[in-house]
Design a protein around this ligand. Structure first.
Ligand code: NI
Length: 191
């Protein structure tokens, strides 16, 4: 496995929709190695997720995992998840205000409105179909990663630019209020 370099905001690779791959290509040693590298790079950078185009590979693959993450201590755990060719459809109208950050947007966080519930269709790394519903804060994480594959960054969805802040100012001025909102969601949905 190899740690990959992470593209930062302004690089065109983050702005181009990634291409879908078929099962045969997914099974290739190159794609399986890319998935291993995405997982290792995400863990090393302490991210909650990473999309392939963030490491300069414009294919529709993203990975997510939240354990005891010091960057996101309030986040509910997400077991290691690999999504290939993901497609998300919101369920219902309800939205919540998520404070997001991104490995490709260094030292910036901002509030993004996200649906609280999504249906997810994708393949796993072995080509098996995934069809499930994700809720709560975890739904925000899924949408953030799938946005990357569409060429979108969280800053595109920030409706109130005055919410933008550095990580240290998030900790100092905004974290307490957000953690309260996040805990309310987690207690409703368990995720
Ligand atoms: Ni991101």
């Amino acid at each position: 496995m190899t740690l990959r370099r992470i593209a930062t905001i302004g690089h065109p690779v983050l702005r181009e929709p990634a291409r879908a791959i078929n099962r045969e290509e997914l099974a290739s040693p190159e794609m399986q190695a890319l998935i291993d590298d995405l997982i290792e790079t995400m863990r090393e950078a302490q991210g909650a997720g990473l999309a392939a185009n963030q490491v300069y590979e414009p294919v529709r693959i993203c990975v997510m995992e939240v354990g005891d993450n010091p960057r996101y201590p309030y986040k509910p755990k997400i077991p290691l998840t690999v999504l290939v060719n993901p497609h998300l459809v919101p369920v219902g109208e309800e939205r919540f205000s998520n404070y997001e950050g991104c490995l490709s947007v260094p030292d910036l966080r901002g509030v993004v409105e996200r649906p609280v519930e999504f249906r997810v269709r994708a393949m796993d790394r072995d080509g098996n179909d995934i069809d499930r519903v994700v809720k709560g804060l975890t739904a925000g994480t899924f949408q953030h990663e799938v946005d990357h594959l569409e060429g979108r960054l969280f800053v595109d969805r920030v409706t109130d630019p005055t919410s933008l802040c550095t990580w240290s100012h998030f900790e100092r001025y905004h974290k307490a209020a957000f953690v309260k909102r996040a805990e309310a969601l987690v207690s409703r949905f368990g995720s």
